[in-house]
Design a binder for this molecule. Structure first.
Ligand SMILES: *Cc1c(COP(=O)(O)O)cnc(C)c1O
Length: 390
């Protein structure tokens, strides 16, 4: 039998009848205390905390359903849920480091991950080195005996460099370090983390999985070698995922494949239009040769999502302001992955890069939502009109 398509997994995973009673959607269980009648029953629940209810914080049938579905979707060994994508990133890192250890983080990492490393890891005596996201196997030179985690995020935030994850993972594993990936941009649909050497794959479910901009949630899915350490880390830090938000992620998951197809197609159409605009210096869309790491994207990914950037030739702040203000569809906002289109300008990328070169040019990052692409193009055309009127 051929391997099941991930699109089908999205539809049926986590819907085991002994949790749903046959209802199509896994029900929402609100729980703190779970009561037992016998000591034996209590002991059994305590020994299988990830499958049997023992206490609300350790999971409910609702969260077990989402964990099971995410694990199946990524071919992992188990999944832990967190109250946000950032919590998933930070808890996953904390599960594998102690005072005196060293962590490698790509220069184009999501900015709050960087702030966590600078302000929290440093407080506990964990050293951090930022590396050029395009370093590839060259990462070996930065790995020290005390390097415990090599973090990857591909493509990188804002500047969208695609990383050679297999080469980086290879070097990390030779030194006994754990590879943690922030796979939020691609989701398990477009990048198979474990087949490319990743040990722990983190998602901000807030983005494409929830897909409707109405819940914050994160997950980390681990392979067999790391799942126990990951679970222990999360469990003892008291992390919890709220049942209604877990339900929204389960519901969003069912339509992820069709939404992603539309995000991808619309983003490509708009990116092609932007590529021909005189104001655009170059695109930072992994499917375009102008994006650093494009060849690696072609080798390792099975598609692209709705988030990409482009670099302006002239980033005059007054012009950028005129471009962004007055949009019909593209609104300014930090999260993405919902059905709505977003645009943001980054004029100060240089300030958050310490290990790779950025020439100071202004980047516009777009998230292409589910509006009709031609309407979005008209919106951008009008934006360039305002830009030139300054
Ligand atoms: C948004 C985002 C996060 C954080 O997710 P939240 O759910 O908002 O905490 C982490 N990583 C990446 C790449 C993101 O874009």
């Amino acid at each position: 039998m051929s391997k099941e398509s991930k699109n089908s997994t999205l539809v049926h995973a986590g819907r085991s009848k002994n949790r749903t009673f046959g209802i199509v959607n896994p029900p929402v269980f609100h729980a703190s205390t779970v009561v037992f009648d016998t000591l034996d029953e209590m002991k059994r629940a305590g020994a299988a905390q990830h499958e049997i209810m023992s206490y609300g914080r350790r999971g409910t049938p609702t969260s077990f359903a989402l964990c099971e579905a995410l694990t199946e979707l990524s071919d992992g060994a188990g999944t832990v849920l967190y109250g946000s994508g950032l919590a998933a990133v930070t808890h996953a890192i904390l599960a594998f480091v102690a005072t005196g250890d060293h962590v490698l983080i790509p220069d184009a990492v999501y900015e709050p991950t960087r702030q966590f490393a600078d302000e929290i890891l440093s407080k506990f005596g964990v050293a951090v080195t930022y590396y050029d996201p395009l370093i590839g196997s060259g990462i070996a030179a930065l790995i020290r005996p005390e390097t415990k985690v090599v973090f990857v995020e591909s493509p990188g935030s804002i500047t969208m460099e695609v990383q050679d994850v297999p080469a980086i993972a290879d070097a990390a594993h030779k030194a006994g370090a754990v590879v943690i990936l922030d796979n939020t941009w691609a989701t398990p649909l477009l990048f198979d983390a474990f087949a490319h050497g990743v040990d722990v794959s983190v998602l901000s479910l807030t983005k494409y999985m929830v897909g409707h901009a109405d819940a914050l949630l994160g997950s980390a899915t681990a392979n067999a070698a790391t799942i126990d350490r990951l679970r222990k880390g999360g469990g003892l830090l008291g992390t919890n995922a709220a049942p209604d938000d877990v339900y929204l992620a389960l519901r969003g998951m069912r339509t992820l494949a069709v939404r992603m197809k539309q995000h991808q197609a619309a983003a490509l159409e708009i990116a092609h239009w932007l590529d021909a605009r005189p104001e655009v210096d170059h695109l930072r869309h992994p499917a375009f040769p102008s994006c650093p790491g494009h060849d690696i994207w072609k080798r390792d990914f099975s598609g692209s999502s709705g988030l990409f950037s482009f670099v302006l030739k002239d980033g005059n702040p007054a012009r950028v302001k005129a471009f962004l203000e007055g949009m019909t569809y593209f609104k300014m906002g930090f999260s993405w992955g919902g059905y709505e289109s977003l645009a943001l300008a980054y004029g100060a990328v240089t300030k958050i890069r310490t290990a790779s070169h950025w020439d100071g040019a202004t980047v516009i990052r777009l998230h292409i939502g589910l509006e009709e692409p031609q309407d979005l193009i008209a919106d951008l055309e009008a934006a360039f009109g305002r830009y030139h009127a300054v």
